[in-house]
Ligand binder design. Structure first.
Ligand code: PCA
Length: 320
């Protein structure tokens, strides 16, 4: 297992780390999310003068993306990062950011996060976890190997999925859902295991999808977030100053991450274009159809969450 010792260089000359945390993530080290975590770790290292070392295990090496929260609960790692929707089965509230067409800008994504956070913190804490910060992926668009004109064009195609939302959308479109981890998208395309997917332009770029993927439609369907968290046990074992240092670095990581996400949203679409992917608009017919699906998905989600959904969406739609 390859861990990245983020503190080693920065802390040269510092006292031996007294505490070290393993932090598991399912994404590559090059991902802006992981780079942000590495900076978070360096900031913690500096602030604690080498007192807390955070070792990052990227790329599903310590636990698979969907198992990371459980791994941290079980103490296999002190900390972790996962996409919130990987936790919807046990924590439906975590799915608020993957309801299609509720949030279509970073400003609204930020508003939703402020409303979602208190309830989520409670749920994390009931599981012995402390939510440190969350950062969104750029908006989710539609990548396809063929032009997509109407909803029937998806029938029988192999649609890559990465969470409940994408799975449900594939089902509603009559496509065959294929579960492919973000890090395996390039391989799955090369092997002809997938025809289309809903994910960010950035994920397209990181997997160099051009070639098989010929079209990208900017539908801005949702802004899913990754959450970074630690076990309460590990956090509470820190001295008060170290705890404060972690929280401060986490707050900074959140701001930095949102800025990076937004900057990458624009540049990634241009990079797809530069590599020959056609950036097109979807037809009004398809637009209407997927929005209808979005509404259906919202109703299902609200039913599964119950009252807590209102705590988020009543103020979201009716800001004071
Ligand atoms: N990339 C990740 C999640 C959302 C995104 O933009 C993925 O495709 O798995």
């Amino acid at each position: 297992m390859k861990a990245i010792l983020i503190a080693a260089l920065v802390a040269a000359g510092a006292a031996h780390a007294q505490t070290s945390w393993k932090l598991a993530t399912g994404y590559r080290v090059e991902s802006f999310h992981t780079q942000n975590i590495l900076q978070f770790g360096r900031d913690v290292d500096t602030a604690t003068r080498g007192g807390l070392l955070i070792q990052v295990y990227p790329n599903n090496t310590l636990a698979k993306l969907a198992d990371i929260s459980t791994a941290v609960q079980q103490g296999k790692a002190e900390a972790g990062e996962t996409i919130m929707t990987s936790m919807v089965k046990e924590m439906p509230l975590a799915g608020a950011d993957s309801i299609p067409f509720v949030v279509t800008s970073y400003k609204d994504a930020q508003r939703l996060w402020k409303l979602q956070r208190p309830g989520l913190e409670k749920h994390f804490s009931e599981r012995g976890l402390k939510l440190l910060y969350a950062v969104p992926w750029p908006p989710q668009g539609l990548h396809s190997n063929k032009p997509v004109r109407g909803p029937t064009d998806f029938r029988g195609t192999q649609m890559r999925t990465y969470n409940q939302t994408t799975l449900r959308i594939a089902e509603m479109l009559g496509a065959k859902p294929v579960d492919v981890a973000m890090v395996d998208v390039g391989k799955a395309l090369a092997e002809g295991r997938m025809d289309n997917m809903i994910t960010s332009a950035l994920t397209g770029v990181e997997n160099k999808v051009w070639g098989p993927i010929k079209y990208y439609y900017e539908i801005n369907a949702w802004f899913p977030k990754n959450a970074v968290f630690v076990s309460n046990k590990a956090f509470d074992a820190l001295k008060p100053e170290a705890r404060a240092a972690v929280l401060k670095a986490a707050a900074e990581a959140e701001v930095r991450g949102w800025q990076a996400s937004q900057a990458l949203a624009a540049s990634a679409t241009e990079e797809l274009r530069a590599n020959g992917v056609k950036i097109e608009r979807i037809s009004p017919e398809l637009d209407q159809e997927i929005k209808r699906m979005g509404e259906k998905f919202s109703r299902e989600w609200i039913r599964s969450v119950g009252n807590e959904a209102n705590d988020i969406f009543v103020p979201y739609y009716m800001p004071q």
